[in-house]
Design a protein around this ligand. Structure first.
Ligand code: NI
Length: 257
């Protein structure tokens, strides 16, 4: 069985067949998935989905590029959402200097604020970091991130940066990019990181693995990532599935619930 630690099934890309697709996941070997909020609106859609599907969990939070109009009132609402029974993380939160908006100081402010929220409510974090390696690490260290815990989703940096997060006990989120011809850097990270600290993710509808690159992604494509990771690690696909499921349950503290 496979655990998809990062999906966006509330995205409009799934409007045509969402229910049919979600219902089909368990029979295709998908044990569970975490739907991740990226704005206040998608966080609310996430909560609704987790109520409808027993195998879906939720993360509540606001993506760096969506922080422009956030208020303290939104933080109060997020805090209330964190007490819902199927909410397992605060995310996705972080810094994105690729799109670079709103201005960096605003992204940083709400990143720090949502890290504080995670500490307050005792949930792990899902970190989004793009072209912002140094600032992300500085902020997480400043917030004593090793006490909060979580996953660096869609990991896009090199081995040196991976070591920093692995040493703090974070998980590395790996998805379709692992199968790309230009995915050499991520393959190095996957080879370096202990299998006990790797989790699988789609970030669907984005980042479909080869051979479906460019098409709409879903958890059904994760076997391609499992296969590539098994080759890199020199273990069987079954071992990858068993260990990454175990990791995902540890990341989201599902056994403690
Ligand atoms: Ni995402």
């Amino acid at each position: 069985m496979i655990f998809d630690t990062h999906a966006h099934y509330d995205d409009e890309a799934f409007d045509g067949d969402r229910d049919e697709l979600l219902r089909s996941l368990p029979e295709h070997g998908i044990e569970a998935a975490v739907n991740v909020g990226a704005s206040m609106e998608s966080t609310e859609r996430t909560l609704k989905l987790t109520e409808e599907y027993p195998f879906l969990y939720g993360a509540v939070g606001v993506h760096p590029n969506e922080t422009g109009s956030l208020t303290e009132g939104d933080m109060e609402r997020l805090k209330e959402f964190c007490s819902r029974p199927k909410v397992v993380a605060v995310g996705e939160i972080g810094l994105d200097y690729y799109w670079d908006e709103p201005e960096r100081d605003i992204q940083k402010k709400w990143f720090v604020r949502q890290l504080e929220l995670a500490r307050e409510v005792g949930l792990p974090v899902i970190i989004h970091s793009r072209d912002a390696a140094k600032d992300t690490l500085d902020i997480i260290k400043g917030a004593r991130g090793e006490e909060i815990g979580g996953v660096i989703h869609c990991f896009s940096y090199g081995v040196e940066m991976a070591r920093e997060y692995l040493d703090m006990g974070f998980f590395i989120g790996i998805g379709g990019v692992l199968t790309f011809n230009n995915g050499r850097k991520l393959k190095e990270v996957a080879a370096y990181a202990p299998l006990e600290q790797i989790v699988l993710e789609t970030d669907c509808p984005y980042l479909s693995p080869v051979p479906n690159r460019g098409k709409r992604n879903s958890s059904l494509n994760l076997p391609y990532v499992v296969e590539t990771l098994a080759q890199i690690k020199g273990v069987t696909k079954e071992e990858i599935e068993i260990q990454t499921c175990r990791n995902a349950r540890r990341l989201y503290r599902l056994e403690e619930r």
